[in-house]
Design a protein around this ligand. Structure first.
Ligand code: SF4
Length: 433
């Protein structure tokens, strides 16, 4: 195979990071450098030339993982291997992590775990996968991986074209939406290639592989396949879901479920997936979960909602009196304040009552007509999450633009300067700033 000649130009691009490299040579050029089945060549290029000390392997330690990890070990057994310990794996998978690591001599397997606060808040009963598998995958896989990958310029996956229709467009190198390089050495391998490689190198199988588990993820979302079914038919069986969300690509074709436009909740300075669904009438109070029940509905069925086993939210409309639920606040994992129009200020009063007088400390979100100019005012009232549908507001928040207000008609706390009545304070404040 003919390699691109290394030069000072190449080194400069490498020093500047993966994005400059791609700017210099282009993803197309990278993808034209290797034969379709030259997985080792792709991997060696990525490890030794393209992303030196800036690359990690992400492995599920599933049915085919031994192949890629064996190739990695042959080049650099110290390469970081990231394993997403979702907390929902088969025991056999956890045992296989150790078996395979010991057998291959992997020295740098790093276990990633979900954020415990997120789990306690959104999946306290560990059954979110039933009602909202996308959010479950987001909390247990995407978020921990995003965090870990922030330290790398690229990552290696074991995905293959034959696995799903969506993966049928895979190439060896991809540029991800967050400007990282994703490397898929096995993109063109089929089941026969994988089986032959395992046999030649005498690689240990996943303990469940012989029982019909040809693709293995979390236990609740994986089942055995029968003759004639595709290898991944047992993943999220019966659901319209084929990817967990970690494979979100710049072409939006691999994992559309996690497209950025679907991250609608602005919280802690960034947009995240919203695990809460829309309230619909119908299900019994005991079945309500991850939805904000309107205050009047809650009050009318208080006993039943209080006894319900699932995480519940409360929706406070403009005319609602939050003091009616003063003794029930511990039942709610989230409270949504509705702002129907930006001219209606009643939502601010409800928020302040909840936080300042009633001591509510959980998620308090603004829904409805949420505009960027209102957000500082909402924050002052204790609102800490925002469901944003307004395109310009979204853009401003993504760019970190927030309105700044430093004088107030109705000051809160000791730091805010009231407008009008004490102008000497305003002057002092501005002359000090
Ligand atoms: S695969 Fe299933 S259990 Fe695992 S994170 Fe995704 S939805 Fe949750």
């Amino acid at each position: 195979m003919e390699m691109i000649e290394h030069s000072s130009h190449t080194d400069a691009a490498r020093r500047a990071g993966g994005e400059s490299w791609l700017a210099a040579f282009g993803i197309m050029a990278l993808n034209s450098m290797f034969g379709q089945k030259d997985a080792s060549g792709v991997l060696r290029m990525a490890i030794e030339d393209l992303l030196v000390d800036d690359l990690a392997v992400v492995s599920s330690f599933g049915a085919d993982s031994a192949v890629l990890l064996h190739m990695v070990c042959a080049i650099n057994p110290d390469l970081p291997v990231l394993f997403l310990q979702t907390g929902r794996h088969f025991d056999q998978t956890l045992a296989y992590v150790k078996t395979l690591s010991d057998r291959l001599g992997l020295t740098n397997v790093q276990t990633l775990v979900p954020d415990s606060d997120q789990l306690a808040r959104f999946d306290p009963d560990a059954d979110l996968w039933k009602s909202d598998p996308d959010s479950c995958c987001h909390i247990r896989k995407t978020e921990p991986l995003d965090k870990a990958l922030s330290g790398f310029g690229g990552w290696v996956t074991g995905r293959k074209r034959h696995q799903t229709q969506e993966r049928g467009v895979l190439s060896h190198f991809e540029l991800t939406d967050d400007k990282r390089i994703k490397v898929n050495p096995l993109a063109y391998w089929d089941e026969e290639d994988v089986a032959a490689y395992k046999k030649v190198h005498n690689l240990p199988e996943h303990p469940l592989f012989g029982s019909g588990f040809t693709s293995i993820g979390c236990a609740p979302c994986t089942s055995a396949v029968t003759t004639g079914e595709g290898a991944r038919a047992g993943r999220w069986r019966g659901l319209n879901k084929t990817e967990c969300g970690i494979h979100f690509d710049v072409n939006k074709r691999i994992s559309p479920a996690m497209a950025k436009a679907e991250l609608t909740l602005f919280r802690d300075g960034r947009f995240v997936a919203d695990p809460w669904g829309k309230w619909v009438e119908g299900p019994a109070p005991s079945e309500a979960r991850y939805a904000h029940v309107p205050l009047a509905q809650f009050v009318a069925n208080r006993t039943a909602y209080l006894a319900g086993p699932h995480p519940l939210g409360l929706l406070v409309g403009a005319g609602d009196n939050v003091e009616e639920v003063a003794s029930d606040l511990s039942r709610f994992s989230s409270i949504a304040i509705e702002f129907r129009t930006f001219t209606d200020g009643r939502g601010y009063s409800s928020a302040r009552l909840l936080v300042e007088r009633m001591g509510y400390k959980g998620e308090l979100r603004a829904v409805g007509d949420v505009l960027v100019d209102q957000i500082p005012l909402m924050r002052r009232c204790g609102i800490n999450a925002f469901v944003v549908g307004h395109a310009a507001t979204r853009k401003a928040l993504e760019q970190g633009v927030q309105s700044a207000i430093d004088v107030f008609m109705q000051p809160v706390g000791v730091d805010e300067i009231p407008l009008g009545t004490r102008c000497f304070l305003r002057r002092a404040n501005h002359s000090n700033s």
